[in-house]
Design a protein around this ligand. Structure first.
Ligand SMILES: [Zn+2]
Length: 227
């Protein structure tokens, strides 16, 4: 008899001796793989159920606060599972585990799940909550709550590639053209810049100074006037 079968016989004998019963419909023997708590256990090890991963990848992007909270709840459950699978938190210095989240420097640590990162990016940028703010605004919002290595770059790339933002991007500089040279002055007295200085108390009938500066010599003329 193989050691596995003798172990099984041992277990079943003990169950019988203790007057306990096993429900046959919930038992399976000699299986190559079994599904247990959302995981597939095989001789090779434990893997996530592919159907579960599929539904994670196709999770609809949150469009409001309520669905965003639901997503956060899901992340919480996922991190719980990671905890069950004994993820080593010391691999991430400054990280803690609290309320179902792995926190890095107090922020929620987002794992390597690309789909989840994408959904967060969409939520923080595209949704009414995000409002298509620019790179700085979106990153600031991210930094307040989340963390993952390379997050800044991911936000930058996402905002850069956003179709809505692309269409609305306005250039805030003049259309580039040939540089125009400044007027060259060759003698004093033909051009002045001027400025009027007000708010002086009235002295000998005047309360304002008109300042004329010759642009060639930079000489100033200060002329008392009444405003
Ligand atoms: Zn955008």
């Amino acid at each position: 008899m193989s050691p596995r079968l003798s172990h099984l016989q041992n277990v079943l004998t003990n169950i019988r001796n203790q007057s306990l019963f096993a429900k046959l419909s919930k038992c399976s023997f000699e299986q190559e793989k079994v599904e247990y708590l959302g995981h597939i256990i095989t001789g090779e090890g434990v893997t996530a159920d592919p159907a579960k991963i599929d539904s994670m990848l196709n999770w609809p992007a949150p469009s409001d606060i309520k669905s965003f909270r639901r997503l956060l709840g899901l992340i919480g459950k996922a991190t719980d599972l990671l905890q069950e699978l004994a993820i080593n938190l010391t691999a991430l210095p400054k990280s803690t585990y609290e309320h179902g989240f792995i926190r890095y420097k107090g922020r929620i640590y987002v794992g390597q799940e690309v789909g989840l990162r994408m959904q967060l990016l969409e939520c923080m940028h595209d949704s009414p909550l995000g409002g298509h703010s620019g790179n700085n605004g979106t990153y600031k919002r991210f930094k307040a709550s989340f963390s993952w290595p390379g997050m800044k770059k991911a936000v930058e790339e996402f905002v850069e590639e956003c179709e809505v933002c692309k269409k609305n991007r306005t250039k805030n500089c003049k259309y580039p053209g040939v540089l125009q040279s400044l007027l060259i002055l060759i003698k004093p007295g033909n051009r002045s810049s001027w400025i009027i200085l007000r708010v002086f108390p009235k002295i000998t009938g005047f309360n304002t100074i008109l300042v004329l500066v010759d642009r060639f010599t930079k000489y100033g003329h200060f002329i008392p006037v009444i405003s």
